[in-house]
Design a protein around this ligand. Structure first.
Ligand SMILES: Cc1ncc(COP(=O)(O)O)c(C=O)c1O
Length: 434
């Protein structure tokens, strides 16, 4: 009866029925335990069913279920807006709530375009994006994503954007090595902006790591240079922190690694640590000011029914409290060093099978050698690999030939070792194609 997401209807294993969860573990209907090595699509940053999260959601359900956010407000939405702005270092002025990463992105794109429209700048309509990026599955979010199996069939519905190669330091698109790099991968983009700035609304990037596109890492210096050139040419810097936000890269938000101030950021996933759906777009004061008008045509007309859902806000507030009370960024540091150790060991055990090992914060990655390149989401070994790990009680979902671990930040060392052991055993089955 359920049409499951990302599921090839005639060629997929039946879904595994999960009935309960605790910490980094999920349990199926037979009581078998699985370590959630990907935090259930990168959300369960404190582990599953954290008692403080559960209590906060229960308490909110007893107090206020829901009220529309147009013409009304409520304490959890107000308090969360303040806490989020503080967590983001007071770089932003307004919080726009929504329900998931795609809608947070759509809102960011629409505010960006209208910011210029409200100033009479009609020509600005182009978004600059990157080839390996992913921003969600709605039409606007697909338009600004890189070409992939996710959006190819919908090409005729998507609005045009200007794509540039993704900055990816382990596989530099312009052939540089770290010590000679001066963010040369952005030269072409800068040349484009210098000639087309009157048409460009903004540059959109997943900061530090492009996730779905293959866990492509870049240096904070890329963010600094992007900020500098976007400012110079009068275009906005829009960051998609849906994956990288809330400690995933070792910072509250990835943009803080470069000490820059983006114009807007989009947040979801770790925002509620997986307890309930909620998303937010954080907006700088200079952007917001262009909407402060009595003219209805200058208002931002966008609002989902469940926008600012009190339970979601209460969950997000509880998660931010846990960050402080349990020193979650400290956990990420420890996890980062364990992952560096684990991946280095795997790399040395399988020098002919694993390459481009890289770790940042709570993201650890290794790529399989593929004789004939078979990257992409629908790679056949990715599915086999997933199955082999599941048999060993570990949940991982490689992106083509890219194997990654994105566990809860407070995963135990023993569980992490089990994940590495499952990868080790699955790799034994892998034969690099000729
Ligand atoms: C960077 C990024 N942006 C946006 C999205 C879309 O988020 P959602 O699936 O909540 O719509 C994702 C989802 O994986 C993502 O990784």
């Amino acid at each position: 009866m359920i049409w499951h997401p990302y599921t090839i209807q005639l060629d997929s294993d039946p879904p595994l029925k999960i009935v309960s969860a605790k910490e980094e573990f999920l349990f199926d209907e037979n009581g078998k335990e699985y370590i959630d090595g990907i935090s259930s699509w990168w959300v369960s940053i404190h582990g599953h069913n954290h008692p403080k999260m559960v209590a906060a959601v229960q308490e909110q359900a007893n107090q206020l279920d829901h009220v529309l956010l147009a013409g009304f407000t409520h304490p959890p939405a107000l308090e969360l807006a303040h806490e989020l702005l503080e967590f983001a270092g007071w770089n932003f002025h307004k919080v726009v709530y929504s329900d998931n990463g795609s809608t947070a992105l759509e809102i960011m794109l629409k505010i960006a375009l209208q910011f210029f429209r409200n100033q009479g700048m009609e020509k600005k309509k182009v978004f600059v994006t990157f080839s390996g990026s992913y921003h969600g599955d709605t039409i606007g979010a697909m338009s600004v994503g890189g070409d992939s199996v996710f959006n190819r069939v919908f090409q005729s519905l998507l609005f045009p954007t200007r794509h540039f190669p993704s900055p990816a330091c382990h596989d530099c698109p312009v052939g540089k090595v770290p010590h000679s790099c001066t963010e040369d991968c952005l030269d072409e983009l800068e040349a484009y902006l210098s000639g087309h700035s009157e048409e460009v609304v903004g540059v959109l990037l997943e900061p530090l790591i492009a996730g779905v596109g293959g866990m492509l890492f870049h240096k904070p210096a890329v963010l600094s240079r992007l900020r500098e050139i976007t400012k110079r040419y009068g275009v906005l810097l829009l960051l998609d922190e849906v994956f990288t936000g809330f400690g995933r890269t070792g910072y509250n938000f990835a943009f803080q690694s470069a000490g820059i101030q983006p114009d807007m950021i989009a947040l979801a996933k770790g925002l509620t640590a997986g307890a309930l759906p909620l998303a937010a777009t954080l907006v700088r004061e200079e952007i917001y000011r262009e909407f402060v008008s009595a003219d209805p045509l200058k208002a931002f007309f966008h609002g989902h029914t469940m926008t600012g859902y009190p339970g979601g806000c209460a969950a997000a507030l509880a998660s931010l409290r846990i960050f402080k009370e349990e020193n979650r960024l400290g956990d990420v540091k420890i996890l980062e060093s364990y992952m560096e150790e684990g991946w280095a060991k795997l790399r040395s055990e399988f020098p002919d099978k694993i390459k481009n090992v890289r770790v940042l914060g709570a993201v650890g990655v290794g790529e399989l050698f593929t004789g004939k390149e078979e990257p992409g989401y629908i790679s056949s070994f990715a599915r086999e690999f997933k199955r082999l790990c599941l048999d060993r009680g570990v949940i991982l979902r490689p992106l083509g030939n890219v194997i990654y671990i994105t566990p809860p930040y407070n995963i135990s060392k023993a569980s992490l070792q089990k994940i590495f052991q499952a990868i080790r055993e699955a790799l034994a089955y892998y034969k690099v194609p000729d």
